[in-house]
Design a protein around this ligand. Sequence first.
Ligand SMILES: [Zn+2]
Length: 71
Amino acid sequence: MIGRREEQMVLDPKLLEILACPACDDRPPLRLEGETLVCDECHRVYPIHDGIPILLPDEALQPEQTDVNHQ
Ligand SMILES: [Zn+2]
């Protein structure tokens, strides 16, 4: 029986280090917040699915634009 188990990480910290916001020109680093990645520059919120960050501007949630209207 395994005595101790590390708490499961939402995202590999090493992966987090190399991630950058695809929507910003200067590629700022992303901040892990809960189970999402937040860009401090454009304030987009990127979801993480099964440990894989979905760094697509189209998939990101924007605080100013929470309702997505597809025309
Ligand atoms: Zn950004």
